[in-house]
Design a protein around this ligand. Structure first.
Ligand code: XMP
Length: 520
């Protein structure tokens, strides 16, 4: 492959959609390099010969709020194919002389679109069908097409659901092809890349690895970095990336918060000392964490206290090591979306993930978060590329605040010990029944209620254990896993019979949304 081809890219111009990273992810999945830039920053001169196609994202704005979306219009006059998605479709039409107005019927969720004309963009999309299902999320819509454009597909409410100007290679879609709910959505993006922009595949996990290593080297220079290692897949991938990028300038710190899974601290330290020839510091901060969490039951307070204490410990060790400038963390894109708005759109805060929103405002160390634009399954692929073992890569996610957020209400040593045992039995049973790898994440939680039971001939009054096991692609949405009755009965018996303190087990059957994966 010539050097030129490897630099070719698709440019995604972000207007603040919560799906922008999802567009990037689909393009990466299709093996093509892409970059995201804010609509406020990109100028005509930034469009170099390597840009083979432009995607205008969706966004919460309205095309008539011209000052707010300040966009250099000359960008789309450069004879480069353009695909406008939702708001991007509206702005593309408006800039070419079309009209946009508020829809009579706002469309959110699934809608059918009907084929009106053939187009390269929709090649093999409809196959023998007249209609396909797409995911809509809009209040405005194009009401008059610009000159030179024609309709490719319409929905009941959006006459201009897909439009094109074949000569200029301008395409607009009112719906979101990047979300999985859109039938053949990925194929629409693939047609844009390979049939319209004529770009060739030039991106893989290996390229991703090399780019991230290079970026870390650039960012770190001659300074030292501490890495918050938890033993989970994300922080392990970050540690290995840093190891390859800066070697001995990396110090990994594993903090035992007292809120880890049973025997986890021993396993992680053993595995990593053997696996990576890195500086690994083990910190036992059990007492410190439990003291700070005494009498705290509010979920956000728990998260903030834990986030703050983590940072304090890292800063303490940074001082000891000397000349440490950076703290590296395995933050992923979904963590960012749920902790705060990353795109400037109206995403609301759901939880303060401890490695993002849970951090103190004033922090001496600068953050390095190499995975912050990736999704979990992409990180797993990257882990394989970095030669991490399958065992590490396939570990279920475990949140930084640990068992604290799987124990609504007050945190006590007694409850932690009960919960550690319940979780251990559950996970062990999943492994024994070959279910562990079919499930995206599973855990036991301890609810702050006691209920009455009978064991032998005696009355018991003990805690309620909740089991959760979900399937998911990236943690953004999830469904509960359907166990066979025999399995769920067996694990319930095991927990109640073996653990003093639990006399009832329930299974959580809610999906995300409306619930979240963790309880707090
Ligand atoms: P929720 O509960 O938000 O969880 O649906 C989505 C995924 O994120 C994990 N999670 C966290 N990970 N720090 C982390 O590193 C956190 O504070 C945190 N909170 C939730 C959760 O386990 C699930 O995989």
């Amino acid at each position: 492959m010539s050097l030129d081809q490897s630099l070719n890219k698709i440019l995604i111009i972000d207007f603040g959609s919560q799906f922008t990273q999802l567009i990037a992810r689909r393009i990466r999945e299709l093996g093509v390099f892409c970059e995201i830039v804010s609509h406020k920053k990109i100028k005509e001169n930034d469009i170099d010969i390597y840009v083979k196609g432009i995607i205008l994202s969706g966004g919460p704005l309205n095309v008539y709020q011209i000052k707010r979306y300040s966009f250099d219009q000359k960008i789309i006059g450069k004879e480069i194919p353009v695909l406008g998605i939702c708001f991007g479709h509206q702005i593309l039409s408006k800039l070419n002389g079309g009209k946009v107005k508020q829809s009579k019927h706002r469309e959110f969720g699934l809608a059918n679109i009907f084929k009106k004309n053939n187009s390269l963009l929709t090649k093999e999309i409809f196959k023998n069908k007249k209609k396909i299902k797409v995911w809509m999320s809009h209040a405005d819509q194009v009401s008059k097409l610009p000159k030179g454009f024609r309709v490719v597909a319409s929905s009941q409410n959006s006459k201009f659901a897909i439009v094109e100007d074949k000569t200029k290679k301008f395409y607009g879609v009112q719906f979101h092809p990047e979300v999985t709910h859109t039938e053949n959505g990925k194929k629409i993006i693939s047609n844009f890349l390979f049939l319209i922009c004529n770009i060739k595949k030039n991106w893989s996990s290996k390229d991703q690895k090399l780019k991230l290593i290079e970026e870390i080297r650039d960012q770190v220079g001659n300074d030292k970095v501490i890495c918050a290692l938890s033993g989970g897949v994300d922080s392990s991938v970050v540690a290995q990336l840093l190891n390859k990028a800066i070697g001995k300038k990396l110090y990994c710190i594993f903090v035992n918060t007292g809120l880890l899974r049973k025997n986890e601290e021993k396993q992680v330290v053993k595995t990593f000392r053997k696996l990576l020839k890195i500086n690994l510091i083990y910190v036992n901060a059990e007492k410190e964490f439990l003291k700070k969490l005494t009498n705290v039951s509010d979920p956000e307070k728990k998260r903030k206290i834990i986030g703050n204490l983590f940072i304090k410990i890292f800063e303490r060790y940074a001082k000891k090591i000397k000349n440490v400038k950076f703290l590296a963390q395995g933050t992923l894109y979904p963590d960012l979306i749920e902790s705060k708005s990353v795109t400037g759109s109206q995403t609301s805060k759901i939880k303060s993930h401890h490695n993002v929103g849970g951090l103190p405002k004033k922090m001496k160390l600068k953050l390095i978060e190499p995975l912050k634009f990736l999704f979990k399954d992409e990180v797993r692929k990257l882990g394989l590329e970095l030669n991490l073992s399958k065992e590490i890569i396939s570990r279920h996610p475990f949140p930084g605040p640990g068992l604290a957020i799987r124990m609504p209400g007050l945190i006590t040593r007694e409850k932690i010990n009960i919960l550690k045992d319940a979780d251990h039995y559950f996970i062990q049973s999943l492994r024994e029944h070959n279910l562990y790898n079919k499930i995206w994440q599973a855990y036991a939680a301890l609810l702050p209620v006691k209920t009455v039971g009978v064991m032998g001939d005696n009355r018991t009054y003990e805690y309620l254990c909740l089991l959760r096991a979900i399937t998911s692609e990236d943690g953004m949405t999830a469904d509960f896993y359907e166990f066979k009755k025999t399995f769920i009965q067996e694990i319930s018996n095991k927990i109640v019979n073996s653990i003093r303190g639990i006399n009832r087990v329930v299974y959580d059957i809610t999906s995300k949304p409306p619930s979240t994966i963790e309880l707090e």
